[in-house]
Design a protein around this ligand. Structure first.
Ligand SMILES: *Cc1c(COP(=O)(O)O)cnc(C)c1O
Length: 463
């Protein structure tokens, strides 16, 4: 049995080391008054940059023509998935933010990655006199502009999805593009990049090693630009801009977010940039009424470790901690989340704003991937399923119940919105997806047989 008064840190550490699913909630009632590194003006600027480039993007990508060059995803009600998860209506309503369908990149990386390449392009074009402020950016698609861009290299280190987004947009604009990938990157992602003329450089180690190797190589190139996933403000703000669109979508859907209508957002987390940017933007807009949780694989809980270290709950582990320091492997099928150490930039920006972090076993990701397919007919990749464990953790665990009670949220649950961010999947090849799905369907069936009240008796919380 999990003792209900166990200290949060000892419970989390033992379970964390054993790679069991855990929920950790931030203990401080009030966020420490950290000086915010960015503000609304920065988020707005990122949003406006996407708007300036939209006409050019519509020209470069036929799939964006109908949307006028806007790269966005819908906010979807998910009543059938809610039923499949066994989440009762008395606990709120399940929605999802469908970034798995984001065009061009096929994942949430379309936000940060494309924003950073657009910012680099804009600065270069202004400096070279290719455009002046206020111009029509379609001029950047002319042969003269492309000849200029061809002299520059854009590079990135990635487990896959960031590389896809940077490689595809950089090569479409006319840059030389190189993606440094770790050994766990999927073959189809490499193939998709090579088909677009992107150079794929493979590194034997993990994500951190690929980033370090890419950074070194580009530093030696005076016309090289390196997109630094661990340190980039431009990536972070590109993600944050999503909050502005989401606010409009929430209003259009007739959803209310206030003290009586809490918004819970469940964000799959790798290095922390994408979920961090989004949590940052949402907290600017919704303040204390939005509660953001990060979701990580049980073998790669890097952001959770960073939070524990920041709260003095990780004794004996050198800071900044990596998942290897506590004996975990960083091995997961959720390749978008396979990161051993969190981004300092993301931690500094949102560590004090997050409601909590939870971890998910790979089998649970596959089960939820299949549930989403069978209930709503949506196709996502394993990483993107991590959000669906959020309500399960929050409502089905002692830690979750304690947190809801301590924050005074229990009475408001019937009017709550639970938003799972589905972060990738559009370009997963059919053969790969079919394997994910059949594995998930087997697991979902086995789990259903174990219990028909998955929320209150989830296996993770049994003795
Ligand atoms: C990259 C990625 C994330 C998390 O983004 P980070 O910035 O690494 O935290 C989540 N889901 C998918 C599918 C991703 O590719």
């Amino acid at each position: 049995m999990i003792p209900s008064h166990a200290s949060v840190s000892s419970l989390s550490l033992a379970a964390l080391r054993a790679a069991r699913p855990v929920l950790w909630t931030r203990p401080d009632q009030a966020a420490p008054a950290a000086a915010a590194p960015y503000g609304m003006a920065d988020v707005r600027a990122a949003h406006d940059r996407f708007v300036r480039f939209a006409p050019l993007l519509a020209q470069l990508f036929p799939e964006l023509e109908a949307a006028g060059g806007v790269i966005e995803s819908p906010l979807l009600a998910a009543p059938a998935m809610q039923a499949a998860l066994g989440l009762p209506d008395t606990a709120g309503r399940l929605w999802l933010k469908a970034d798995h369908a984001l065009p061009v990149a096929g994942s949430i990386k379309a936000r940060g990655g494309i924003h950073e390449v657009l910012e680099f392009t804009e600065n270069l074009a202004l400096a070279q006199g290719l455009i002046a402020p206020g111009d029509d950016y379609r001029q950047l698609g002319t042969p003269a502009a492309r000849a200029c861009f061809a002299q520059y290299q854009v590079a990135v280190g990635s487990t896959g999805n960031l590389g896809l987004s940077i490689g595809v947009i950089a090569s479409a604009l006319g840059f030389r593009a190189a993606v440094h990938m770790s050994a766990d990157a999927k073959e189809w992602k490499k193939a998709r990049l090579r088909a677009r003329g992107v150079e794929v450089v493979e590194h034997p180690g993990d994500y951190e090693k690929a980033v370090a190797a890419g950074r070194r190589q580009v530093q030696a190139d005076p016309r090289g630009y390196f997109v630094d996933d661990e340190r980039s403000a431009s990536l972070f703000l590109g993600y944050a801009a999503a909050a502005l669109t989401l606010r409009d979508q929430i209003a259009q859907a007739g959803l209310v977010v206030d003290a009586e209508h809490p918004l819970f957002v469940y964000l799959p987390c790798g290095v922390g940039g994408a979920p961090g940017g989004i949590a940052f933007g949402l907290s600017l807009l919704f303040g204390a009424h939005v509660h953001c949780f990060f979701a990580e694989p049980v073998q790669s809980p890097c952001f959770l470790l960073r939070m524990l270290a920041g709260h003095g709950q990780l004794p004996g582990v050198p800071a900044p901690p990596s998942v290897y320091d506590i004996g975990l492997t960083n091995q997961t099928e959720a390749d978008g989340l396979a990161v051993p150490r969190a981004s300092d930039l993301a931690y500094g920006a949102v560590g004090h704003l997050l409601a909590g972090v939870y971890t998910v076993a790979d089998d649970t990701l596959y089960g939820d991937l299949a549930r989403l397919h069978d209930s709503e007919g949506l196709r996502i990749e394993p990483s993107a399923a991590a959000g669906f464990s959020g309500p399960r953790h929050l409502l089905g665990s002692v830690a979750g119940q304690q947190w809801l009670r301590a924050r005074g949220l229990l009475p408001h649950l019937p009017r709550a919105t639970h938003l799972a961010w589905t972060t990738g999947g559009l370009y997963v090849p059919a053969e790969a997806y079919d394997r994910f799905l059949s594995r998930g369907q087997r697991l979902a069936a086995a789990h259903q047989a174990q219990t028909n009240a998955p929320f209150l008796h989830h296996p993770s919380y049994r003795a």
